[in-house]
Design a protein around this ligand. Structure first.
Ligand code: 5GP
Length: 118
């Protein structure tokens, strides 16, 4: 269909340990690591280990594990990076801005007087 899970996507390789990452959190179901091109300092990605292409493709059971971790990382990143707020973003399919086709949530620290880059 062109919308199947590609097991060779870059986050699958990170999950397999084939590509290094700066990991900040891991449990049985979830990994969180620093984005290589942070939109602001402290930009973290949270990914379920289960192979979902994106939110449209994910089982509720997967979401029920990953969403509390997104909240945990949002709180931790806000503290660790002394942010004024946190933006969560999540893109589904290329026209919506998805570039890596393994479900992930962006946790982006926001600072007063520091808008996101376009
Ligand atoms: P999206 O698919 O939601 O548009 O964004 C994918 C995100 O993954 C981007 O913010 C990009 O900087 C990040 N990214 C792409 N390749 C790598 C990588 O190899 N390592 C890490 N840590 N982040 C990556």
């Amino acid at each position: 269909t062109g919308h199947d899970y590609d097991p060779n996507n870059i986050f699958a390789k990170i999950l397999k340990g084939e590509i290094p990452c700066h990991r900040v959190y891991e449990d049985d179901d979830t990994l969180a690591f620093m984005d290589v091109m942070p939109q602001t300092p402290g930009h973290v990605l949270v990914v379920p280990k289960a192979p979902s292409r994106n939110l449209l493709d994910a089982d509720a059971a997967v979401l029920s594990k990953v969403i509390p971790v997104v909240q945990k990382l949002a709180r931790a990143v806000k503290d660790a990076f002394d942010a004024d707020g946190i933006t969560i973003t999540q893109f589904n399919e290329a026209p919506a801005g998805q570039t890596v086709f393994h479900l992930h949530f962006h946790v982006i620290p926001r600072y007063e007087n520091q808008p996101l880059k376009p």
